[in-house]
Unconditional design. Structure first.
Length: 254
């Protein structure tokens, strides 16, 4: 499959996946059913009709308002759909240019969409639930096993090292500073990182994550002119960026 065709197919699929991810990112923090529950308007609580659920198209046609009560529809929904589509396009181009197999292309797209959901939930709620980080680690080990059992073992070691390493950092920080420096879900997300990129890719994940975090801090300094040491930052978002870039382009320096 050519890179352009792969990008188009995965981009369109990404719009559909993005619609689902947007719904999950709202329902999960509220402990609502994420599979069987029908989508409803946040204003009038009416069940949305099929034509009101078409990714991106419905939001544009409805002019960002409910067809029944005219309540505004948040732009977060089309933005998430576009982000998922962008991940699909990125995956298709990357796979096409690097000769990726169908299985690895699918695995890469799945990774990107998982990371997008994790980043959204953590960015909005400062929460990394096990129901998201657990499947991330599981799919990473499955993807590694597709390349051979030696890879599966290396990535299993990566998951263990990832969890243990970040858990130790969090424990030491709390012992020294007397307060939590990392959320309880961060070690589990880093375990997922190790499952996908192996123990040898973990330093690169941290470097990318640190670069993304510093970029945000510099951006806040430009806008707000001050950043307090007590300001909370969703580290899971930055780890997600690091995992994605390390998976696509390999450990830095190798």
């Amino acid at each position: 499959m050519s890179p352009v065709l792969a990008a188009v197919v995965l981009g369109l699929l990404g719009l559909i996946i993005g619609s689902f991810l947007a719904a999950v990112s709202v329902r999960l923090p509220r402990d609502e059913d994420i599979v069987l529950a029908r989508s409803r308007c946040m204003g009038c609580d009416q069940i949305l009709r099929p034509w009101e659920l078409v990714p991106l198209f419905s939001w544009v046609v409805l002019r960002a308002r409910c067809a029944r009560c005219a309540a505004p529809i948040s732009p977060r929904y089309p933005l998430i759909e576009l982000a998922a589509a962008a991940i699909g396009v990125w995956t298709g181009l990357w796979a096409g240019l690097n000769g990726g197999s169908i299985l690895m292309t699918a695995a890469t797209a799945i990774l990107g969409w998982q990371l997008l959901l994790i980043a959204i939930v953590d960015g909005e709620n400062f929460w990394l639930p096990d129901v998201l980080t657990g499947p991330l680690a599981a799919t990473g080990l499955i993807a590694a096993a597709l390349s051979g059992w030696d890879q599966a073992v290396a990535h299993l070691i990566g998951a263990i090292v990832g969890f243990g390493g970040l858990w130790l950092v969090a424990w030491l920080y709390k012992r020294v500073r007397g307060r939590d420096g990392l959320g309880g879900g961060d070690p589990f997300l880093f375990a997922g990182a190790g499952a996908w990129v192996g123990w040898f890719g973990l330093p690169s994940v941290l470097l990318w994550a640190s670069a993304a975090g510093l970029s945000l801090v510099f951006g806040l300094l430009v806008v707000r002119r001050s950043v307090s040491a007590m300001d909370k930052l969703p580290f899971g978002v930055f780890l997600a960026v690091g995992i994605w870039l390390t998976w696509l382009y390999g450990p830095l320096g190798l």
